[in-house]
Write a protein that binds this ligand. Structure first.
Ligand SMILES: C[N+](C)(C)CCCC[C@H](N)C(=O)O
Ligand SMILES: O=C(O)CCC(=O)C(=O)O
Ligand SMILES: [Fe+2]
Length: 471
């Protein structure tokens, strides 16, 4: 059993504590930014304002791939650029020389320099993040402080720093202590220089050279090491295989449940499919399918897709895999404005089905590329030319630029050197990160039966974090 579902008693739990994201809205209000999507859809000029503040951010979502020859998957870290500009005003040091920390109190924020990082903290943020017993419950890891009770004009009346800790005394006498390391880790300045999800972007050659091993079914099901190795591969590459699986739907379901909750959709919970056109979608034919991500027509596309081929008596039918983030990275290098357009222009995808008793109409809205606004890290690609709906969310001049950007991305996705072709066989289950890696299939002949399911992404990442992985 995965450790995931019991909230208490697991020694694995400590690894997920204290990893809260910075409050992005606090950032936006501190930096006095206009709401990013407050534009009037009819006005073309307003589109150019959309990306304004993004341009000031570093482009940062790439992790170098594992060098040839290295075997154990190591999570690479980006180098941290912690250049500190020379202080122009007086810095307070509480001890001479040896102390790595200095601070200055300004009218509306505290400036802190520690471990070569220059950080600026809003006073309300500082009060809000007090971890004292009355403000924060360390048993539940939840805030007890009512943030709305904090005076928005609050300012500490005393500041003190020792080797490890910053102490602030508030006007009502309450004292907050912050570990300096904690501040570096949780400050906006510290966070924006890190990736949320370390990944190795790949083309076919990089993936082959990495020689990522498949994990054996028994080790996957019965040991934490097997599960962890599988999840580490999955997080780094966006695809991972389990082998020696009994080729049945039930055994595939057991695999899926080891790492996640199964996401039931209009296709069911665990599905079988073959070329019988039992559903109104090309997947249920023998035709080739170009690279795409699935369920682009959901507001939240399914996070993970599991495929297990149970039978194929015939020819063709190979599976195509393409790392969408690798392709997007090439677009970013060649044409950053096109990357930006693909990450800003909202589009609809749609699933309209009227076959037999199946009647469905799904609509999902979102850009092709989705990035975290604070560090520009890519986290989701929504790419399915079959299911893309009528474009009626963009004015004509933007739509033309969007088509050009879409063409650049498509050209990258279609480069033969980016294509990884695999033949799925009974016994070998494939897990695909449907937010990152595109899949397709070659046309085939004969009887071919696949089973599988979708997984909820949050639960896969939950399992990975409980095993100590950064996810
Ligand atoms: C996987 N399964 C056969 C159940 C569904 C296929 C869904 C196909 C759809 N065009 C999409 O891309 O979302
Ligand atoms: O038949 C296949 O290999 C995959 C079809 C497909 O794209 C899907 O089911 O999502
Ligand atoms: Fe698909």
């Amino acid at each position: 059993m995965p450790p995931r579902r019991s909230r208490g008693g697991s020694e694995l739990q400590e690894s997920c504590g204290g990893q809260r994201d910075p409050d992005f809205r606090a950032f936006a209000s501190r930096a006095r930014l206009k709401p990013r999507f407050a534009f009037s859809p009819g006005s073309a000029s307003s589109w150019s304002q959309l990306g304004m503040w993004y341009r000031r951010l570093p482009r940062l979502f790439v992790v170098p791939h594992r060098p040839t020859g290295s075997t154990s998957p190591r999570v690479p870290w980006l180098p941290r650029d912690r250049a500190v500009p020379a202080a122009t005003t007086c810095w307070h040091h509480t001890a001479p020389e040896s102390l790595k920390c200095a601070w200055q109190l300004h009218g509306d924020h505290l400036e802190l320099r520690y471990a070569n990082t220059l950080m600026r903290f809003d006073f309300v943020w500082l009060r809000d993040h007090c971890r004292s017993a009355s403000c924060y419950n360390t048993k539940t890891n939840q805030r007890s402080l009512d943030t709305a009770s904090v005076d928005l004009g609050i300012k500490p009346k005393a500041v003190r720093v020792d080797e490890t800790t910053l102490f602030l005394t508030w006007p009502d006498g309450h004292v907050t202590r912050y570990g300096l390391e904690w501040l570096v880790k949780n400050s906006y300045e510290g966070q924006k220089q890190q990736v949320m999800h370390p990944r190795i972007l790949w083309n076919a050659e990089i993936y082959r050279q990495a020689q990522v091993p498949s994990v054996d079914c028994q080790s996957f099901l019965e040991t934490d090491e097997g599960l962890k190795e599988f999840l580490q591969n999955f997080l780094l590459y966006g695809i991972a295989f389990v082998e020696n699986v009994t080729p049945t739907k039930e055994d595939t379901e057991i695999l899926a449940e080891r790492i996640s909750l199964i996401r039931e959709t209009i296709y069911g919970r665990m599905w079988y499919f073959t070329s019988d056109f039992s559903r109104g979608d090309t997947a249920y034919t023998k035709l080739a399918l170009d690279r795409h991500t699935d369920t682009t027509y959901f507001q939240e596309p399914c996070g993970i897709q599991v495929f297990h081929c149970l039978k194929h008596e015939g020819t063709g039918g190979r599976t195509l895999l393409v790392d969408g983030f690798y392709a997007a990275e090439q677009v970013l290098r060649q044409a950053p404005d096109q990357f930006e357009l693909l990450s800003k222009v909202p589009l609809k995808h749609e699933y309209v089905e009227n076959v037999g008793d199946c009647h469905n109409h799904m609509i999902g809205v979102g850009p092709v590329l989705n990035v975290y606004p604070w560090n520009n890290e890519l986290y989701l690609i929504r790419y399915n030319n079959y299911d893309r709906a009528v474009i009626n969310t963009v004015p004509y001049d933007v739509v033309h630029r969007w088509y050009a950007a879409h063409r650049t991305l498509t050209a990258e996705l279609r480069r033969p050197e980016n294509e990884l072709w695999v033949k799925l066989k009974p016994g070998k289950a494939l897990f695909i990160d449907n937010w990152r890696v595109l899949h397709g299939r070659e046309a085939f002949t004969g009887y071919r039966q696949l089973c599988g399911c979708y997984l909820t992404r949050d639960d896969v990442l939950n399992t990975a974090r409980l095993l100590g992985l950064q996810a």
